[in-house]
Design a protein around this ligand. Sequence first.
Ligand code: ZN
Length: 288
Amino acid sequence: MGIFTGLTAQGAFTAKPYFESLNRLSPHPPGSENHKKVCEYIQKTLISLGWEVQTHSFSYISPYDGPQEGTNIIGLLRGTQESTVAFGSHWDTRPVADQDPDRKKRREPVFGANDGNSSTAALLSLAEMLAGSGPLDHTVYLFFFDAEDSGSSSSSYCIGSKVFVEEWDISTVRFGVLVDIIGSKSLSLPYEGYSVRAAPNLSENIWDYAAKEKRIPFFRKNTGPHVIDDHLPFLERGIPFVCLIDFSYPWWHTTEDTPDKCSLMNIDMIVSLLFDIAVTPSKFYPSF
Ligand SMILES: [Zn+2]
């Protein structure tokens, strides 16, 4: 990959240790022992990097596993100004591989290397980069949402983020970027349909910057599918929240969503982009 130059300024940083730790604790669907361990791991990691951590607990009924307790984890890097840019990922993995081509495997859990771990590792790597980059005037939030991926119909996905926007004060969030399924070796990122409709300028600014300034090869300026994901509760409240998601991933919701399908270089490129958005938000959203 000779064309990508965007990591040179932050070349020492990689999501590798976070991705590997999350994979060691996978699958981690809600209710599992690994789910508890990952919840602790994310909090401990953020605290060790100097971030303030808050948690937001909620109860819900999973269509697959019955009554569950969920935990959204919030990392805060407070600036002198309240204006906040937010980044989001879901940290849970899906309890059922219902898209597996082998019918016998459809009740097994999804490992979630790409769907869950790639984006969660990206946010932890972003936390490390921001911790080492000096103080910012504005505030940065990292949202790790639980219970995104236990849906059986459109209304039972994204439980954690839905409850979160109702119960947590998000009034200072000017805009946000959600990442999900961003680790594929053959990553391809068209505009996500809801994002580009609700936040066309922010979407275009991110895509243009990624392609032209960062020379990241997998941003495509066509509109891909409309994806129900954790950015929708924010869009419904009028907060621009753009979703980066590769919905062409062939192993989505199958037992084959494993680390060998993923590329750390691609995850690191996304982190490098997120870092620039975190540090210079007004470049992407001028009214920040
Ligand atoms: Zn999923």
